[in-house]
Ligand binder design. Structure first.
Ligand SMILES: [Zn+2]
Length: 430
């Protein structure tokens, strides 16, 4: 793969850009230096020997945080592993990710958590681990929540599978409340969803495919919100896809329930119409919905009902995705197109560049209780450089994941990552 270097140059000088620090909400026009992985004043680096990055027209900001990725390790490293996942993340501007536990075996014990954190420790992207809510993600018995918390998990989720049993979810919420971390429940009533592979409506009828109704998502979110309110625990709702769910989250948030939510770039930018050509790369769970749902997601990001953007990066092999719509697995990759899609759609919706950056930095950090790295001299470098006005077409050469399952190839975006830099490695496009 081109342009991805694991070794950080001794000295870097970034010139011509403006710095936006999401931790303070302040912007300033300034050059900035990096020396041995630490931010320094621009005159503290040797101008002639330093690697220079021209950031004219760009915004220099905190590295992006993706709290929902599937890196497939352990078990399906042929789709993605920690290293290839981290490479795709960095190329997409992300310096921290949170891995979902639906691996094989699932991440449901402190041993697996520790081994993944150890493996990820030297990667250029900070790897965080989310532990399973239930043993083997079967939804029946709680997993070793306290032990996994002690091993370092940042949240609990059975993502990919909902916790259908309300009593089990309620008990998990009580544990998570005492530990101070969120429960993330993949919200789809599997009985209502049945075999649905696309959004239920006119399109599913026309294509002759089983539909997944909006109520499958909304009814489970409604139950989860009631339980979060009753237990005073923190609930995080992943990949919100329907106007109905947005309404519920807005209502309960307004009542003081401790709920946060995320939207994916695909749900904010694409609709079910992407599936008219039976493109299995557009088959995701929850499914791409109707235009009115997409608009509700965008409005919820604009008014703060939805707190952050998360990719739900879900790599699958070409072989698997070559099955028909019924049998192909759910999921698309998303790390390397996230900035392009989100900046394009959300700027059109009226958000400022800084507000979009918040949805990728301070928003997700708050959900996971993470501290942002300050953008000031003496702090370790954790930066992304984004050109918000660059027009580009997303092509196969932009994919850094081990998998290629995305329906976005060929799309035109405005807003692109130029570089991402951490103290353990960097990505630079030019
Ligand atoms: Zn999910």
């Amino acid at each position: 793969m081109r342009d991805v270097s694991r070794t950080l140059p001794e000295e870097i000088l970034i010139t011509g850009g403006s710095i936006y620090d999401p931790a303070t909400g302040k912007s300033r026009k300034s050059d900035i230096g990096v020396k041995q992985g630490v931010l320094v004043a621009p005159d503290a680096v040797q101008t002639d020997s330093a690697t220079s990055i021209d950031a004219t027209g760009c915004i220099i900001t905190h590295g992006l945080i993706d709290i929902h990725v599937h890196f497939r390790e352990p078990g399906r490293e042929d789709k993605e592993n920690l290293q290839t996942g981290a490479r795709a993340a960095l190329a997409g501007g992300f310096t921290r990710v949170c891995m979902m536990p639906n691996t094989n075996p699932p991440i449901d014990s402190p041993e697996v958590v520790r081994s993944l954190l150890e493996k990820g420790a030297d990667l250029p992207v900070q790897i965080n681990v989310i532990g399973a809510i239930t043993r083997e993600q079967k939804g029946v018995e709680l997993a070793e929540l306290l032990e996994m918390y002690a091993a370092g998990v940042v949240a609990f989720s059975d993502d990919g599978m909902p916790v259908e049993n309300g009593q089990v979810l309620r008990n998990a919420l009580l544990y998570a409340r005492d530990l101070g971390i969120p429960i993330i429940n993949h919200a789809e009533d599997t009985h209502l969803r049945a075999d649905g592979v696309v959004n239920q409506g006119a399109l599913s009828t026309r294509l002759g495919l089983p539909g997944n109704p909006v109520e499958a998502e909304a009814s489970m979110i409604h139950r989860d919100l009631l339980l979060a309110g009753e237990t005073d625990a923190r609930l995080h709702v992943p990949h919100v896809s329907t106007a109905l769910a947005v309404e519920l989250i807005r209502k309960f948030k307004g009542q003081g329930v401790r709920v946060t939510a995320e939207a994916t770039p695909h749900h904010l930018g694409l609709t079910e119409d992407t599936l008219t050509g039976f493109n299995t790369n557009a088959k995701v769970a929850p499914p791409l919905r109707a235009e009115k749902d997409r608009q509700a997601i965008v409005a919820a990001l604009v008014d703060g009902t939805i707190d952050c953007i998360a990719t739900d990066h879900a790599p699958h092999t070409v072989d698997e995705k070559e099955h028909d719509m019924i049998n192909a697995p759910f999921g698309m990759i998303g790390l390397d197109s996230a900035v392009g899609m989100a900046f394009t759609v959300l700027r059109q919706a009226g958000l400022a560049v800084e507000q979009i950056i918040d949805l990728f930095t301070s928003g997700p950090a708050a959900v996971m209780g993470m501290e942002l790295t300050p953008i000031e001299e003496g702090a370790p470098v954790e930066l992304v450089i984004i050109n918000p006005d660059e027009n580009w077409t997303y092509g196969p050469e932009d994919i850094y994941s081990r998998s290629r399952n995305t329906p976005m190839l060929g799309m035109n975006f405005t807003g692109r990552v130029s570089a991402a830099i951490t103290s353990k490695g960097w990505f630079c496009r030019s």
